[in-house]
Design a protein around this ligand. Structure first.
Ligand code: G4P
Length: 534
């Protein structure tokens, strides 16, 4: 049995045992398979294959999930909780498609660590790299899982070198693969000096593990053929000489990543990775906020919204706000203050996504993720407290990379369109800008697919056919500065000025030159490509 490892002595045991993390990977590296195996080991499901199958069954069971099915976007998997030994794991899902990267960025503000899954044959791919950069901005601890070792993979040193070079992070092997492809036997556990053998016959069985006394133990030869054993000894010796040794502090600071090798589909290496999450996870961390930081062990409950999913039920137009608990012990029915509006909110039907089902959350501790159904009061970046005026910081909104004009198919429905657009803006699904001159809206997104998703959602959820059309603008910047300078800027650039859904001033640009010129001519103004959500 594992002991709960943590280094914040003040943490109540219920908080100290929580590990809240996300998986970052390039599509196809094995995120879904690994998630499924986590649930299998966590005892949340009995058989592999249930995550997908179960999702289907559940969707047909409730309206809530029917919407989701229609939209083809998975909500049920937004956050999953399961136990692993004495630990409670909260796995927060990151949308897979690169067009939803902004959503992913915000999801990563709700976790304390990330698991980076790479394909042993492909190494570090583009999406992994992008997501890694986001983790780096937050100094998130990263644990690496090199998957698909049962296929022809790259040389182990080569993979490690690639991660070190491309991502500028120290890599320390927690395990070392023995053979690869058809010859892949398992791994040598470098942390515990153990041999872990893969069972190819049963993909859902826990790997066999053999305690040995280091690499000179004669029992090794009983399990590993001579040529692989020689190679293993040689490589491990080299690795120990050339690569840094595991340093928990460096891992916690996001400067070093331990790497495990395995094969998710064969359930191999997964348990070791889970133990690694338990050990290096880390426990729930303090949350940056204004005017002061929030420590998880504080008695008072605080939480913040990092994601909003709207129109889960067509009939009720309600939304679910996903809240990361930042401190305290929350109990169902509690009244919390919605800091932005200074209004109390009774949280009477929060949900938690235990892997086996969506359940009412009777309680939640710092580190947990709860879903709060609401009618639009809760927006991304909002903070909930027991009364103190705290505002969680660091939840960004990014300047869109693609802009298009949008019109309702029926001009009489312009008001309806405005309502729909505002809602998507609040959900964080798009940026909506209302130009100061002329009518209509400019919608900004990070990836082209979002326009399609928006058009189909507006039609489905509001019965409004819409047309997106090319815009002369290519990008946008939020503008702030002293009032007189702002006024001067706005009156000189009327054709380019818009307001976003919060009423903040936005400068719509055609070329980088526009931005350079504005920065040169208005040195007192700040043109920003990101904005804090609040
Ligand atoms: P993703 O969520 O990161 O996109 O990846 P996913 O788990 O869906 O895995 C992508 C493909 O890789 C799947 O194959 C999956 O079965 C396979 N895979 C995952 N882990 C391993 C592994 O350890 N070894 C091998 N050899 N393959 C692995 P698929 O053909 O796309 O889907 P399916 O028909 O298997 O469901």
């Amino acid at each position: 049995m594992l002991d709960v490892a943590h280094n914040r002595p003040a943490l109540p045991p219920e908080i100290a045992r929580r590990r809240t993390f996300a998986i970052i990977s390039h599509p196809d590296a094995g995120k879904t398979t690994l998630t499924e195996k986590f649930l299998l080991y966590g005892g949340a499901i009995q058989m592999a294959g249930q995550v997908r199958a179960k999702g289907e069954a559940r969707r047909t069971r409730s309206d809530f999930m029917q919407m989701e099915k229609d939209r083809g976007i998975s909500v049920s998997a937004s956050a999953m909780s399961f136990d692993f030994g004495p630990y409670r794991f909260n796995l927060v899902d990151t949308p897979g498609h690169s067009d939803f990267s902004e959503d992913t960025y915000r999801t990563l503000t709700a976790v304390d660590a990330a698991i980076m899954v790479i394909d042993g044959a492909k190494g570090v791919e583009s999406q992994t790299r992008k997501l890694f950069e986001v983790c780096r901005m937050r100094d998130l601890p990263i644990l690496t899982f090199c998957n698909k070792m049962d296929r022809e993979a790259r040389d182990t040193f080569e993979i490690i070198d690639e991660i070190q070079e491309l991502l500028a992070i120290h890599v320390t092997p927690a395990s070392w693969p023995i053979g690869m492809g058809r010859d892949f036997l398992g791994c040598y556990d470098l942390v515990h000096d153990r041999l872990e053998l893969m069972d190819r016959a049963d993909r859902n069985k826990v790997a066999e593990s053999i305690e040995i006394d280091g690499l000179d133990d004669p029992r090794l030869a009983e399990h590993v053929p001579q040529h692989l054993l020689e190679k293993l000894r040689e490589e491990v010796e080299m690795a120990r000489e050339l690569l840094p040794t595991l340093d928990a502090e460096e891992v916690a600071a996001g400067m070093m990543t331990p790497i495990w090798f395995g094969s998710a589909i064969n359930s191999f290496g997964v348990k070791e990775l889970m133990k690694g999450i338990a050990e290096y996870g880390p426990e729930p961390q303090p949350q940056s906020a204004e005017p002061r930081q929030i420590a998880p062990e504080e008695k008072n409950v605080t939480g913040f919204v990092f994601k909003v999913q709207a129109n889960m039920d067509a009939k009720h137009r309600d939304r679910v706000a996903f809240v990361r608990m930042a401190s305290g012990h929350f109990k169902r029915g509690m009244k919390l203050m919605h800091v932005r509006t200074k209004k109390p909110m009774a949280i009477s039907n929060p949900v938690m996504f235990l892997a086996s089902d969506r359940e009412l959350a009777e309680e939640a501790w710092a580190g947990d993720i709860i879903g709060i159904p609401n009618h639009g009061q809760l927006r991304i970046g909002d903070t909930l407290t027991e009364g103190e005026a705290l505002r969680v910081t660091g939840i960004p909104s990014f300047a869109p990379e693609l802009l298009q004009g949008v019109r309702a198919g029926d001009p009489m429905k312009a008001k309806h369109l405005e309502k729909a657009l505002m809602q998507f803006a609040e959900e964080g699904a798009a940026k909506v800008f209302k130009p100061d001159i002329g009518s209509g809206f400019i919608v900004g997104v990070v990836g082209a697919l979002q326009f399609e998703v928006l058009a189909s959602r507006i039609e489905l959820e509001y019965g409004l056919p819409v047309r997106f059309e090319a815009s002369q603008f290519k990008s946008a910047r939020w503008v702030t500065g002293p009032k007189a300078e702002m006024d001067r800027f706005i009156s000189a650039n009327k054709q380019h000025i818009a307001h976003d859904n919060d009423g903040d001033v936005v400068y719509l640009t055609r070329l980088q030159w526009d931005i350079d010129r504005a920065e040169r001519d208005y040195p007192e103004l700040t043109l920003s490509a990101t904005k804090e959500m609040h």
